[in-house]
Write a protein that binds this ligand. Structure first.
Ligand SMILES: [Zn+2]
Length: 179
């Protein structure tokens, strides 16, 4: 699982997912890849979620590995590349992940600045945020998203993180992508 940054709207869905992983799913390793501090940030989120039960009861059942994203690396058999994007004070990681001869680009949150063009350049599929119309602080507007798509006509764009309404190429709930 690749994490772009630690803002609450990108991490607070994890506790129910981890709960399912521990008690319902088959025991299997889950690898988190993310920015510097990923282990401390997620462990503190899980401790807030389950208090004194986290360490003695749940942690021993949770098969997990934390990896600080490097500029390039391989995890769980997949090659990836990290590109630092402009978002908030700390920035966010964007990832290019190789699936066979295909490349998936994933932005998380970002302003529509030059590193985002580098992230999606030549990708087969790009999952990119497009927050809303007009002036969207620290995020990408629908206008900028539409322009980005025009600059990269060979890439299939799927936009997410919409706060209301819709824009061309927006993801649908529970959409499954064949890459
Ligand atoms: Zn954010």
């Amino acid at each position: 699982m690749f994490l772009t940054h630690f803002h609450g709207d990108h991490t607070l869905g994890l506790p129910p997912f981890v709960l399912h992983r521990i008690f319902v799913d088959k025991p299997r390793l889950l690898t988190f890849v993310g920015p510097e501090g990923i282990e401390e940030r997620l462990q503190s989120l899980f401790e807030v979620s389950w208090g004194i039960d986290w360490k003695p009861v749940m942690l021993p059942r949770f098969k997990v590995k934390y990896v600080t994203a490097r500029p390039r690396g391989q995890v769980a058999g997949f090659q990836y590349q990290t590109i630092k994007l402009d978002h908030g004070t700390a920035g966010a990681n964007g990832y290019r992940i190789q699936f066979g001869d295909k490349v998936l680009a994933y932005s998380g949150d970002t302003e529509p600045t030059a590193p985002l063009d580098r992230l999606v350049d030549g990708a087969d599929v790009a999952i990119v945020e497009a927050t809303g119309p007009g002036d969207v602080f620290s995020h990408m507007s629908w206008e900028a998203a539409t322009a980005l798509r025009k600059r990269h006509p060979g890439t299939r764009f799927v936009f997410n993180h919409l706060y209301s309404g819709t824009v061309g190429g927006a993801a649908k709930d529970f959409q499954v992508l064949e890459i």
